[in-house]
Design a protein around this ligand. Structure first.
Ligand code: ARG
Length: 478
């Protein structure tokens, strides 16, 4: 039987020292429960923010000195101490302390250990709420630049392969049924233009995030006379945030990055899916280099396009990361809430995932073998130029709808006879329309079909050459 509980439970023993040395120990009489401490800690994942946390702290110390809050000597002691902390972090000798929760408190405590009491003045007028918003916006710049660089490298690989394949016919598909001939370069450049929009979305996200949150304090604005415009300039921001509540509770820049990453992942998954399909024995349009394929542990003959499959698969986690942060932010009351700490793992996961994809995709593209002979053969099969026959009749004066009907009957007839379009003789074709002349054969070759589509954006080699030049100029812009 259970003993009845006594109404007055004995309090757990007080820790002898101030609880685990937390910066808020003054208010607290009990130490943190170890499970709670582990649960709230973010150090394991926010430690990557240290370069930007240090940059922000150095700038803050200088701003405090300009505001007359720190003496020049105090400022120099703090900045010097932060540089010593930087040296430790760079050397990998920094003594990380998980019980200090996050990277901000780890760095601040280490500064204190290295420079003594003056280190305790750094956090004057600042909160971790505006500090993390600053760190993240600085990290964003770096993430945008690195991801944008990876996208550009992918574009360059595609452009190089496009330049080689301007005259290589390939069946174009709709509904995954052979539709009309195109050139391989046209297909590859489609992805270059998609990735261009992705780069623009990223750059746009970076531009909108180019606002300094530091000085917002915990939520209401710092109470010290900080020149936030000067601070913004020092940290390379276009402006200081105009509303402190918005500054500390906004995570739009994370969400915009993740949205751009999700769209990018979708594009890359389509490219990977095309290549995976083309590598099947049924298509046989490409062969992956051994360096970017894997074998089977059981079936000796297998060569699997694992890299492409995983690029396709990773789009799923990019979408998940976006939905995770959107959902976390939904319904949060102003201003800062700890929920927002949950933004980092999905965000960093997407940055890392994209970086991994964009590290492997350009070399994989460069090493790909295009089976242009097989593409060429397939491009002419299955009535791929039936539209061109209809267009031929239109040019001879037949309304398109009638021409469509006539060619439909030609195709039906050829199918019944087991023939291709090329197999049909002039006399056979003339049975369907007296408008058919001796020039018809030249009008319905794959090359003629390609040449005819010389409009801007069309697949004629000369039009694709212009698109290639445009792609190159777009890519050379920052
Ligand atoms: N680790 C926190 C985050 O990622 C930093 C801000 C914490 N602020 C606070 N008041 N607990 O959001």
């Amino acid at each position: 039987m259970k003993k009845p509980r006594s109404p007055k439970r004995p309090r757990p023993a007080r820790p002898a020292a101030p609880p685990a040395g937390k910066p808020w120990s003054g208010r607290f009489t009990e130490g943190a429960d170890p499970a709670a401490e582990r649960f709230t800690a973010s150090l394991a994942f926010d430690r990557r923010l240290w370069p930007w946390d240090l940059a922000g702290s150095v700038a803050w110390a200088r701003a405090l000195a300009r505001a007359g809050v720190l003496t020049a000597a105090e400022r120099d002691a703090i900045v010097g101490g932060l540089e010593a902390v930087r040296a430790e972090l760079e050397a990998g000798t920094f003594p990380f302390r998980p019980e200090l929760e996050d990277i901000h408190m780890n760095i601040e405590r280490r500064l204190h250990d290295l420079v003594g009491e003056v280190g305790g003045k750094l956090h004057t007028g600042r909160s971790r709420n505006d500090q993390i918003a600053l760190d993240e916006r600085l990290y964003l710049r770096d993430a945008v630049a690195r991801t944008g660089g990876g996208l550009r490298a992918t574009q360059e690989a595609l452009v190089a392969r496009a330049a080689e394949t301007l005259d290589a016919p390939l069946p174009g598909y709709t509904h995954l049924q052979r539709a009309q001939p195109i050139v391989l370069a046209h297909h590859l450049l489609a992805y270059v233009f998609m990735l261009q929009r992705d780069r623009e979305r990223l750059r746009d996200c970076g531009r909108r995030a180019d606002v300094l949150p530091l000085g917002a304090g915990a939520l209401a604005g710092t109470a010290f006379p900080i020149d936030r415009e000067a601070l913004a300039r020092e940290l390379g921001f276009a402006a200081a945030s105009p509303n402190s509540l918005d500054a500390v509770s906004d995570r739009d820049y994370v969400i915009e990055f993740l949205a751009a990453a999700a769209v990018t992942g979708m594009h890359l998954s389509r490219l990977a899916a095309d290549l995976t399909l083309w590598a099947t024995a049924e298509f046989g349009f490409v062969e992956f280099s051994d360096a970017f394929a894997t074998g089977s542990s059981l079936m000796p003959q297998k060569k699997n396009p694992d890299v492409a499959e995983l690029i396709r698969g990773k789009s799923g986690r990019l979408y998940g990361d976006l939905v995770a942060v959107l959902t976390t932010m939904k319904g949060l009351p102003l201003a800062y809430n700890s929920d927002m700490q949950e933004d980092k793992e999905p965000w960093f996961d997407s940055v890392d995932t994209l970086e991994a994809i964009l590290g492997v995709l350009p070399p994989m593209l460069r090493a790909l073998t295009f089976r242009t002979d097989r593409m060429r053969r397939a491009a002419g099969e299955h009535f791929a130029t039936a539209t061109d026959l209809a267009d031929y009749l239109v040019k001879k004066g037949l309304p398109f709808r009638q021409a469509h009907e006539v060619v439909g009957r030609v195709v039906r007839y050829a199918l019944d006879e087991g023939k291709t379009l090329e197999d049909l003789g002039l006399a056979e074709l003339r049975r369907f329309s007296p408008l058919v002349d001796g020039d018809v054969k030249d009008a319905i070759t794959v090359e003629a079909s390609l040449r005819a589509r010389a409009v801007t954006g069309g697949t004629a080699p000369e039009a694709v050459r212009r698109a290639l030049a445009l792609a190159r100029t777009l890519m050379s812009a920052p």
